[in-house]
Write a protein that binds this ligand. Structure first.
Ligand code: DAH
Length: 339
């Protein structure tokens, strides 16, 4: 039995050394140490041995088993290291990486962020409201009578349930005053919708920015100072701002704001950029009625509001000839704006 075991060891070690890969090695392991393997069988023969022989052969068997298992483990480690190395050799770490194109902010988003940032410096907070609005928030609460042209079906997108796509972001003024108390100082950028024929200067959906400031003792001087500061920050210190009397249902008095600046097409002409005014006391009265309290008592608080469109501003500022370019998602256009 001693010779048998020695032969078994030699054979096993040769087979292990000769296994070319991990699956060949696994076959060797099964053939030697598996349930029907040579080594296992040799172990079973122990019980046929004479008692005196058992300790010596047992010891030898143990040695053989240790040698074989050790060799199996060592060869397995060797083979898997070699496999890993072969895998790595297929990769060229000196190749340049694959770079992904990095996007940039949409020009309107870029302008909106700049504008919001300026108002934030003056203590305005960001506010928002839904694009689908009730007629009350969009018109009635803003002192806009039923026969006002903005309420016409031809000018506005109505839903079957009577709600509509807001025609201006002024509805956010109302939403804000419904749920907060003065002082209110908000800036609300967002989409507005009108039934306009789409052409180089019109889209059915565009972007507006609404502002509202309500407190005790807010004056027309505050309105002028705030908007002058805003336009100078946006277009540069050479900016000139002009307030031209106008009419809006929700402000009294109301103005249109014209701006001239080198940044705006050379500054040769006045550009009409925004509407504004002192909040009409009738608006505060509507809010009081809705809230059932007097925190916006028109006898106590005053306020100013303003609104402007971002597309036209961006077109002049960035020299964009056609408003449709903002929604076409043409990368040749979008890539020209730094983020
Ligand atoms: N909502 C007006 C529009 O869509 C813009 C506007 C004018 C907003 C005067 C105001 C305002 O808050 O006071 O044309």
């Amino acid at each position: 039995m001693r010779e048998e075991l020695t032969a078994l060891r030699e054979q096993a070690l040769r087979d292990i050394a000769g296994a070319a890969d991990l699956s060949a090695l696994e076959q060797v392991r099964v053939a030697v140490a598996g349930r029907a393997g040579t080594l296992t069988k040799a172990g079973e023969q122990m019980r046929h041995l004479a008692k005196e022989e058992r300790p010596e052969i047992g010891k030898l068997l143990h040695e053989v088993r240790t040698a074989v298992t050790g060799a199996l483990d060592a060869r397995a480690a060797e083979l898997s290291a070699a496999a890993e190395e072969a895998e790595l050799a297929r990769i060229d770490p000196t190749l340049p990486g694959r770079s992904r194109p990095v996007g940039s902010l949409h020009p309107l988003q870029h302008l909106q962020r700049r504008a919001v940032e300026i108002f934030r410096r003056m203590g305005f907070a960001l506010a928002e409201g839904p694009d689908i609005e009730t007629e009350w928030h969009c018109f009635d609460a803003l002192n806009t009578p039923a026969d006002h042209p903005a309420r016409n079906e031809q000018d506005t997108f109505y839903l079957p349930d009577g709600r509509l796509l807001r025609t201006h972001t002024s509805s956010v003024q109302i939403r804000t005053m419904e749920c907060t108390a003065p002082p209110v100082r908000i800036i609300a950028p967002g989409a507005a919708y009108r039934r306009d024929e789409v052409d180089a200067t019109h889209l059915a959906q565009f972007t507006q920015m609404e502002g509202l400031y309500v407190d005790e003792g807010v004056t027309l001087g505050d309105l002028k100072g705030t908007l002058e500061y805003f336009f100078r920050e946006l277009f540069g210190p050479d900016t000139k701002v002009r307030f031209r009397p106008h009419f809006f249902p929700f402000t009294e008095p109301s103005y249109e704001i014209d701006v001239r600046a080198a940044a705006l097409g050379g500054g040769e002409r006045w550009l009409e950029l925004a509407g504004c005014g002192m909040v009409d006391p009738a608006v505060f009265a509507q809010i009081c009625e809705r809230r059932g309290d007097k925190v916006f008592d028109p006898e106590k608080v005053t306020g100013f509001a303003f609104g402007f469109g971002l597309e036209r501003l961006a077109m002049i500022l960035y020299g964009v000839p056609d408003i449709r370019m903002f929604v076409e998602n043409d990368q040749r256009f979008l890539a020209q704006f730094p983020s």
